[in-house]
Design a protein around this ligand. Structure first.
Ligand code: GUN
Ligand code: ZN
Length: 655
C-alpha cells in the first residue's frame, strides 16, 4: 500500500496506492467542502483530496447523493479521496450525533478511499487526567473501527495532547492495529499560536513510535511555511483548508510567510494568477471572485513547495531547504533548533550517502545528523597513541599535507618520536576533526562552509579538541590553532627530527573499512599482501586486489566508501561476527538472492540493527551462509517493518 522511493533525514518520498489511484508523497490534500467547492483542485495538481464524511452525513441532500452515487461523484473528483470523521466538529462544538461504528459504515457506504475513526482531538495543555481518559477512548474507537471496515483504508489518529509520553504510547498502541495510515491530530491549536517547538515534540514523539511502513499525516497543516520541517520529521501527508480560509481574509500563502493583499505592491509569486493580475486588479474585484483567485494562488504555491521538497529529498539536500525555510519566522527557527534534541532518532533514518554536498548554513548545522553520526563513529575508531592536529580548509586534506610544519604546541608525554604511531587529523567546520585516512569519505570531503567561521563553530572545535586529546598520550597542535581556538597551550614544541608527513595507503584502506563496516573490517578485508591500484587521472585509490589478482573491493569515487567484490564479501563475512553487516532472508527468497535479484522487504527475517540506508550489506540465509551482497535502500527498522517494496539492491549473487 505504501512504499518509500527516496529518503533524506526522517523524510521520505513514496507511493501510496489506493483503489482510485496512486498518490506520490509527500502530498497535499486540499480540503473540499462538499456542496460548496468552486475550484478545480485536480487541474492545479491535487492527486488526492480530503473531505468530511460528517458534513455529508448531516446534510440530507448530500447524504442521499453520496449514498446513491458515491463520494467521488458528489465532490466531482475521480482520484483518491480521504474523509475525516467529524472529530473536528466534535472538538469545535463539543457534541456530534454520530457514533464511531456509524461513521465507519457511512464512509464504507459512500466509497471513500481512506476513512477515519471518531478520535477525540484533545487540545494542548489540558490536565493529564483528561488527556489520558480521552486517549483511551480514541484507542478503543480505533480498535472498534476494524470490526466495521470492509473496503476502505483506515486512518488511526495519534492523540495525547502535549504529553510526549502519551503521544508515544498512543503511537505504539495504534501501531499494533491493522490500520493503514496515521494522522497526527489536534495540532491545529499549536500551529495557530506559532507553538512550533511544541509541534516538534508532538510530531517527534509520535513519529518515532509509529510503524515506518505507514504514511503519517499532519492533520490540519496547510501552511507551506512548515511543510519542509514537517517532512524532515517524517510526515508524508498534509491537508489544506488554509488555501481557502486565508483567501477569505485576502491573505496570500508563501513558504516564507503570509502576505496581506492590502500591503501588496507586487504579486508574491509567478503562478498563473500572480502573472495575470496585479494587486490593484484584485483589490478592485468583487470579494467572491477575488477569493477564488487568491485561493488558487494559495494552492499553486503550496503544491510548488511540495514539489520543491520532493526534489530536495531526491537530491539529498532536504535539511538545507529546512534551514532556509525555518528562517521565515523566529518561532520556526527555535523549533528547528529544538529538533536537534532528537538527532539520535533522526540519524538512524538519514542515508549514509546523498547526491548533494553538506552545506553549512549557520551554527544549527553543527547539530545535524551527519555531524552527530560522524563524531560517534570517530569515537569508536581504533586509536593510535599520538595525535598531530593540523589546520586546513582545503579538501581532500591529504593532498594538502604541509611540507614543513610551523610553530607547534605539545600536550602529554611520549617516548616515541618522528611519525611513529602518529595519527594526523585536520581541523575543519563542520565535522571538527578529520583523520587523514578518512578525507575522501562522504560527507567529510563533500561539504562547504565559510572559511571565516562563527563563534559557535569555534567553541565547537575547541571543545572537540579538548575532548579528543584526552584519548592520546601525546598531542601536537599546530600553532595557529592554539590561537584561533583559544586552547590556552603554553608549552612550545619542536620535533627532534624532521617529520615526513605522508599518507600510508594501507592505513587509509584499513581505516575506511573500519569506519564503514565496523572495527576489525579493515583487518578482515586487507590483511593479506595487496595490490592497490590508483586512478591514472586523479591518483586516488580505486581498486584493492590480493596478490593473486582477485579484486577485494573498489573505492567509489563519489563517496570514498568501498564497494565489495565477491572475494571482499567472503572475507568480511568470515571475520565479522553475526549479525554485523548482515541482512537475513528467508528460504523462499534464497534462490533469488543467489541469482543476484534484489531483495524485497517481506523476505527479510532479520538484520543488523545498525544498518542505515545506502549501506553496503551482506545477504545471508538463516544459517548465516553468504548468498549475495548489495546496498540497503532502507534502514534496519524500515527493512523489518515494510511488507512491500525493495529493501536491498543486490550487487552480486552466486557466492
Ligand atoms: N482535523 C484537524 N485536527 C484533527 C484531529 O485531531 N482529528 C480529526 N479526526 N480531524 C482533525
Ligand atoms: Zn501566485
Amino acid at each position: 500500500m505504501f512504499q518509500i522511493k527516496n529518503k533524506d533525514s526522517l523524510g521520505r518520498t513514496g507511493i501510496l496506492k489506493t483503489k482510485n489511484g496512486i498518490v506520490k508523497t509527500p502530498a497535499l490534500m486540499p480540503v473540499i467542502h462538499p456542496g460548496k467547492q468552486k475550484i478545480n483542485v485536480k487541474k492545479l495538481g491535487a492527486e488526492i483530496v480530503i473531505t468530511n464524511a460528517y458534513i455529508i452525513y448531516k446534510n440530507e441532500e448530500l447524504r442521499e447523493k453520496a449514498s446513491l452515487e458515491g463520494v467521488h461523484k458528489l465532490i466531482n473528483f475521480d482520484g483518491p479521496i480521504m474523509t475525516d470523521s467529524g472529530s473536528f466538529q466534535l472538538s469545535e462544538y463539543g457534541d456530534i450525533d454520530i457514533t464511531n461504528p456509524e461513521v465507519i459504515e457511512f464512509q464504507e457506504l459512500i466509497g471513500t478511499d481512506i476513512g477515519t475513526s471518531l478520535d477525540i482531538p484533545t487540545p494542548p495543555n489540558v490536565t493529564r487526567n483528561q488527556a489520558e481518559k480521552e486517549l483511551e477512548i480514541t484507542i478503543e474507537r480505533a480498535q472498534e473501527s476494524l470490526k466495521y471496515r470492509k473496503e476502505i483504508l483506515l486512518n488511526s489518529v495519534v492523540q495525547g495532547s502535549t504529553f510526549n509520553d502519551l503521544r508515544s504510547y498512543c503511537a505504539d498502541e495504534l501501531g499494533k492495529l491493522d490500520v493503514e495510515l496515521h494522522p497526527i491530530g489536534a495540532v491545529v491549536p499549536l500551529m495557530e499560536s506559532y507553538r512550533y517547538t511544541d509541534l516538534v515534540d508532538v510530531v517527534m514523539s509520535s513519529v518515532t513510535h509509529l510503524p515506518d511502513s505507514r504514511p503519517r499525516h499532519l492533520m490540519g497543516a496547510g501552511h507551506p511555511m512548515i511543510f519542509a520541517l514537517a517532512v524532515a520529521m517524517g510526515c508524508d501527508l498534509f491537508d489544506s483548508a488554509a488555501y481557502i480560509l486565508y483567501a477569505e481574509d485576502d491573505r496570500f500563502l508563501s513558504p516564507s510567510g503570509t502576505y496581506k493583499l492590502e500591503n501588496l505592491q507586487e504579486m508574491p509569486c509567478s503562478c498563473e494568477i500572480c502573472c495575470k493580475y496585479t494587486p490593484d486588479d484584485l483589490r478592485s474585484m468583487e470579494k467572491k471572485e477575488r477569493k477564488l483567485l487568491i485561493a488558487e494562488h494559495n494552492l499553486n504555491i503550496s503544491f510548488a513547495e511540495i514539489r520543491i521538497i520532493k526534489q530536495a529529498i531526491a537530491d539529498g539536500n532536504l535539511m538545507e531547504l529546512v534551514e532556509q525555510r525555518c528562517r521565515a519566522h523566529p518561532r520556526l527557527l527555535e523549533a528547528y533548533r529544538h529538533l536537534a534534541n532528537y538527532v539520535d532518532d533522526i540519524e538512524k533514518y538519514d542515508p549514509l550517502y546523498k547526491k548533494s554536498a553538506f552545506f553549512y548554513s549557520g551554527p544549527e548545522s553543527l547539530k545535524r545528523a551527519e555531524v552527530y553520526r560522524y563524531l560517534n563513529k570517530l569515537d569508536k575508531m581504533p586509536k593510535k597513541s599520538r595525535l598531530l592536529i593540523l589546520s586546513s580548509s582545503r579538501k581532500p586534506y591529504s593532498t594538502y599535507l604541509p611540507e614543513k610544519l610551523g610553530k607547534l604546541y605539545h600536550i602529554g608525554t611520549s617516548t616515541k618520536s618522528g611519525d611513529e604511531d602518529l595519527q594526523i587529523m585536520f581541523v575543519d567546520i563542520p565535522f571538527g576533526l578529520i583523520p587523514l585516512e578518512l578525507d575522501e569519505v562522504y560527507p567529510l570531503a563533500q561539504n562547504e562552509s565559510p572559511v571565516i567561521t562563527d563563534e559557535t563553530a569555534c567553541e565547537f572545535i575547541k571543545n572537540l579538541i579538548e575532548q579528543v586529546t584526552e584519548d592520546y598520550e601525546e598531542v601536537i597542535i599546530e600553532g595557529n590553532l592554539n590561537e584561533k581556538f583559544d586552547l590556552g597551550l603554553y608549552c612550545e614544541y619542536e620535533f627532534k627530527e624532521e617529520l615526513k608527513l605522508k599518507l600510508d595507503e594501507k592505513d587509509k584502506i584499513t581505516s575506511v573499512a573500519d569506519y564503514q563496516f565496523g572495527k576489525g573490517a579493515g583487518a578482515a578485508l586487507f590483511e593479506s599482501k595487496l595490490d592497490i591500484v590508483k586512478s591514472k587521472k586523479t591518483g586516488k585509490i580505486r581498486h584493492v586486489y590480493d596478490d593473486a589478482e582477485n579484486l577485494i573491493a573498489t573505492m567509489r569515487a563519489s563517496d570514498g566508501f568501498f564497494v565489495l567484490s565477491k572475494e571482499g564479501a567472503r572475507r568480511l563475512h568470515s571475520r565479522m561476527e553475526y549479525p554485523q553487516n548482515r541482512v537475513v532472508v528467508n528460504q523462499d527468497s534464497e534462490p533469488f538472492a543467489r541469482e543476484g535479484k534484489s531483495i524485497f522487504a517481506k523476505f527479510v527475517i532479520d538484520c543488523d540493527r545498525n544498518i542505515r540506508a545506502s549501506e553496503e550489506v551482506l545477504i545471508v540465509n538463516e544459517n548465516d551462509e553468504l548468498l549475495a551482497f548489495g546496498k540497503s535502500l532502507l534502514n534496519s527498522a524500515e527493512i523489518l517493518d515494510f511488507k512491500v517494496g525493495q529493501a536491498i539492491k543486490t550487487r552480486k549473487g552466486g557466492i
